[in-house]
Design a binder for this molecule. Structure first.
Ligand SMILES: [Fe+2]
Length: 316
C-alpha cells in the first residue's frame, strides 16, 4: 500500500473512532450527568427573607429512566419554597405515573406549571442531529396525542397551580407572588391576551413563565413589569460545541440567552445588551433534564435543574 493511501486510511479510522467516542459520551454519559445550577436573583422588596425557587423543565420522561426519576425525587431535600415546571414533562403515553412518582415529594410544596408541546404530542422518529438543523417554526412533528388531561389532573390534584394561559396570586412564605403563564408558544397556543396587564397592586414580586421563550412572549411579560421570567424548551442547545456553546435555541431567542440567567426588556431581541434598562426583567432559561427519545444525545450541555434564590433588589 502506498504511504499516502495508508495515511488517509489511518486518518479516516482515527476520525471514525473519535466520532464514535463523542457519540458514546453524548448518549451514554453526558445525557445522564444531571447537575443543579444555582443563581441569586435580586427581585424582592428590601427586608424580605430569601425565597428558594426550584425550576424543572424538559424531563421528556420515559418510565424506564430510573436514574432521572431518582435524581428528580432527591431534589426535595433542597427544601424549596416554590417549584416551577415549564413543560415537556413526558415522552410516552404511559409516562404520567412515573412522572408523578418522580415529583412525589415536590408535590407537597407549592408549585406552578405550564405545558410544552411534548406534553400534548408524542415525539416521532427523526435524525438525532436534526435538533441542529430543523426549522424551529415547524412546531409539532406528530399527531399522536399524549394523556395531557391525566398529567394536568395529577399535578393539579396536589395543589400545583396550572398557569396555562392563566394568572393568579400566591402567598409563599408571607410574600405575595403574582404568577402568570401561557400555553406553549412553540405550537402557537399562547393566549397573551388572557394574561396581559400590570401586576396586582399588592404583589411583592412578579414571576412569569412559559415553555418556549419566544420574543413575543418575553416582550409582553417584560412590558407588564415582570421581575423574573422563567422558561425551558431550548435544551441549552442540546448538542453544543465545546468551548463555543450553543448553535441553536429552537425558537427566535438568541443563543447568548439559550440557558442560564440574563436580562430581557421589550425589544431586547433587536438591541444590544449594553442598552439594557436598569429595570429590565431577569430571564432564566433552563437547559432542561432530558431529550426527546428520538434524539438521545447531549454534548457540552449537561442536563440540569435550577435553584433560584430570590433576594432583595438592594443586593443586586
Ligand atoms: Fe423539550
Amino acid at each position: 500500500m502506498r504511504p499516502v493511501t495508508k495515511t488517509v486510511l489511518k486518518t479516516a479510522l482515527g476520525l471514525g473512532l473519535a466520532g464514535a467516542g463523542v457519540l458514546g459520551w453524548a448518549s451514554l454519559v453526558e445525557r445522564n450527568a444531571f447537575v443543579l445550577r444555582r443563581f441569586d436573583v435580586p427581585v424582592l422588596p428590601d427586608g424580605a427573607a430569601p425565597l428558594r425557587v426550584l425550576h424543572l423543565s424538559d424531563l421528556h420522561l420515559l418510565p424506564r429512566q430510573r436514574a432521572k426519576r431518582a435524581w428528580v425525587h432527591s431534589l426535595a431535600s433542597l427544601d424549596p419554597d416554590l417549584v416551577i415546571t415549564t413543560g415537556d414533562n413526558i415522552a410516552a403515553p404511559d409516562a404520567v405515573p412515573a412522572l408523578l412518582d418522580a415529583y412525589e415529594r415536590l408535590l407537597g410544596i407549592p408549585g406552578v406549571f405550564v405545558l410544552g408541546s411534548n406534553d400534548y404530542f408524542a415525539p416521532k422518529l427523526k435524525n438525532p442531529l436534526g435538533y441542529l438543523t430543523r426549522n424551529f417554526a415547524k412546531g409539532v412533528g406528530t399527531t399522536q396525542r399524549l394523556p395531557t388531561a391525566d398529567l394536568v389532573r395529577g399535578l393539579g390534584s396536589r395543589g400545583w397551580v396550572d398557569l396555562t394561559n392563566r394568572r393568579d396570586t400566591l402567598t409563599v412564605r408571607g410574600l405575595r407572588v403574582d404568577v402568570r403563564g401561557v400555553d406553549d408558544p412553540h405550537l402557537g397556543y399562547d393566549r397573551l391576551d388572557l394574561v396581559r396587564g400590570p401586576a396586582s397592586p399588592d404583589a411583592d414580586v412578579t414571576l412569569s413563565v412559559t415553555h418556549a421563550p419566544y420574543q413575543r412572549v418575553l416582550d409582553a411579560y417584560a412590558a407588564d413589569g415582570a421581575d423574573l421570567i422563567v422558561a425551558g424548551h431550548t435544551h441549552g442547545g442540546q448538542v453544543c460545541v465545546p468551548g463555543y456553546g450553543a448553535l441553536v435555541t429552537n425558537c427566535d431567542l438568541d443563543t447568548s440567552r439559550v440557558k442560564g440567567l440574563s436580562r430581557w426588556w421589550p425589544g431586547a431581541g433587536s438591541t444590544p445588551s449594553s442598552q439594557a434598562p436598569a429595570d429590565a426583567a431577569w430571564l432564566e432559561v433552563s437547559a432542561g433534564l432530558g431529550t426527546a427519545p428520538t434524539a438521545p444525545v447531549r454534548l457540552a450541555c449537561r442536563p440540569e435543574a435550577t435553584l433560584l434564590t430570590l433576594v432583595p433588589r438592594s443586593q443586586a
